[in-house]
Design a binder for this molecule. Structure first.
Ligand code: TYD
Ligand code: MG
Length: 460
């Protein structure tokens, strides 16, 4: 009979099986299974006899508690802090600030226990110099410069950290997983090993992953299935950095964290509603419209800029990298159908001031107004702000948090606030928005794109 707690792991891909097999069902390699004892304390070792389930009431709820990262923005993106025993992958282009950011997080979290920063890319002296600048010289912060998995794992055992950073997962290497470092197999195997250690020791582990210009976490794609959350740092305009989750087992994926890179590392932007707004005196140029965006739990006011030029080729193109190009094409088609304004012979350029990528459906109306304004040359009224989703039939669909959006827009001095007729304009919602007796003035309610265009360009 098989020994209790024994498992077999494929040396090529890290796949585990309860019994030895000649060929790995995962990667198809032969004779790669090696016997391994499941680490004590892991749930696999706790399995007694044939009973594989646990009464839900017997599970310790404390195993699901969260630990604050020390950064409110980061906590929000994570869904309320780190889950104990969780693994996170942080991707981003080289030079965007991943190492800087995580060293800062290490310095904040070290009050909770020993913290280990593993670097395969920099020397101890380089890390010390950076830590100096970031005010990260803390007694509980340990540094290890190594890319050898075995060595890293043995330091885990001796240091017993509560928080670990692996910078980066592409540099970690073990001869057990093939001859070449940085391959998908290496990444998968090493991520699996280290994640398992973290889970069985209730530690939090963060892996840094370099991504290519195309935005894909190329090699580390293999690691995405192993970790609990996949986050990415994106470059917005200048020193602005945006952080988003593309996978999150313990929270939503629509939160947006905003940071600024400065002399002493990354600092949080705690009230971001106006940071992306372009302040203009007097007349507004044609082709721009302000969207009231609700990303995650916060409102941002963002200027959408559009330009239309007659297409030179026999076909037209959409140039838009901050808003999905297919959304731009769809909104342009709705404008053409509803207003008879011809856009199908134009090349469309769309940009978002501040460089943040927008995914929320509520930007449709502002995008439509910017395109309409660009094509007709008629500017929107000053201090206008818009929110609403467009259906293919040209109706304005309701979007969430109308009261909160109106409040944010008004507090930034915007007064012509246009939105859908239907919506969560509930009594309570508007009361909270402080609309009170002038409730009708909170939003100019329009039911269709056509009505919104008439409202925006009526003489006032
Ligand atoms: P880094 O964290 O090394 O990026 P990554 O790990 O994602 O490759 O950040 C590198 C850039 O950040 C580098 O151009 C210098 C800049 N930087 C600052 O502007 N301020 C700082 O305090 C630090 C430490 C770096
Ligand atoms: Mg780095």
């Amino acid at each position: 009979m098989r020994k209790q707690g024994t498992q077999y792991r494929c040396a090529n891909c890290g796949h585990t099986e309860p019994k030895w097999l000649g060929r790995c069902p995962e990667c198809g390699f032969w004779n790669t299974f090696k016997e391994q004892n499941a680490p004590a304390g892991s749930f696999k070792a706790e399995i007694k006899g044939e009973s594989y389930s646990l009464p839900i009431l017997s599970i310790d709820p404390a195993s699901g508690t969260r630990t604050s990262s020390g950064s409110a923005e980061f906590d929000r993106v994570l869904g309320g802090g780190f889950m104990r025993g969780s693994a996170v992958l942080l991707g981003g282009e080289p030079g965007i600030g991943k190492s800087t950011f995580l060293l800062q997080i290490c310095a904040k979290i070290e009050t909770k226990g020993r913290v280990l920063y593993v670097s395969g890319e920099e020397s101890p002296a380089q890390i010390r110099m950076r830590a100096d600048r970031l005010d990260a010289l803390k007694p509980n912060l340990e540094v290890l410069c190594s890319s050898d998995l075995d060595r890293i794992m043995s330091v885990f055992e001796s240091v017993r950290p509560v928080f670990i950073v692996i910078d980066s997962i592409q540099t970690v290497y073990t001869p057990e997983a093939g001859a070449v470092p940085g391959t998908a197999n290496q990444i998968k195997y090493c991520t699996q090993e280290m994640t398992e250690w973290a889970k069985t020791h209730d530690a939090i582990i963060v892996f840094v992953a370099h991504v290519t210009k195309e935005g894909l976490i190329a090699g580390p794609k293999a690691a995405e299935h192993i970790v609990d959350a996949v986050l990415a740092f994106e470059q917005a305009e200048g020193d602005l950095r945006a952080m988003r989750a593309s996978k999150n087992r313990f929270g939503s994926t629509d939160e947006l964290g905003l940071y600024r890179m400065g002399q002493t590392g990354l600092s949080e932007i705690t009230d971001p509603s106006g940071v992306l707004l372009v302040r203009r005196e007097g007349e507004v140029p044609s082709g721009v419209a302000v969207a009231i965006v609700h990303e995650g739990s916060r409102v941002l006011l963002v200027e959408i800029q559009a330009l239309t030029v007659p297409a030179k080729a026999g076909f037209t193109r959409v140039y838009s990298d901050r808003i999905d190009a297919s959304r731009v094409a769809r909104v342009a088609a709705v404008i053409e159908k509803q207003t008879s304004l011809r856009l199908s012979d134009q090349d469309l350029y769309v940009n978002v001031a501040g460089g943040v990528r927008l995914t929320e459906p509520g930007i449709d109306l502002a995008l439509a107004a910017a395109l309409y304004s660009a094509r007709t040359g008629q500017a929107l009224p000053a201090r206008a702000a818009l929110a609403g989703e467009l259906s293919l039939a040209g109706e304005l669909r309701p979007v969430r948090q109308m009261g909160k959006r109106a409040r944010a827009a008004r507090s930034l001095g915007l007064s012509v606030i246009l939105g859908p007729a239907e919506g969560p304009y509930g009594e309570a919602e508007e009361e909270k928005a402080g609309a009170g007796r002038d409730r009708s003035q909170a939003w100019i309610k329009t039911s269709s794109l056509k009505a919104a265009i008439i409202e925006l360009w009526r003489p006032r």
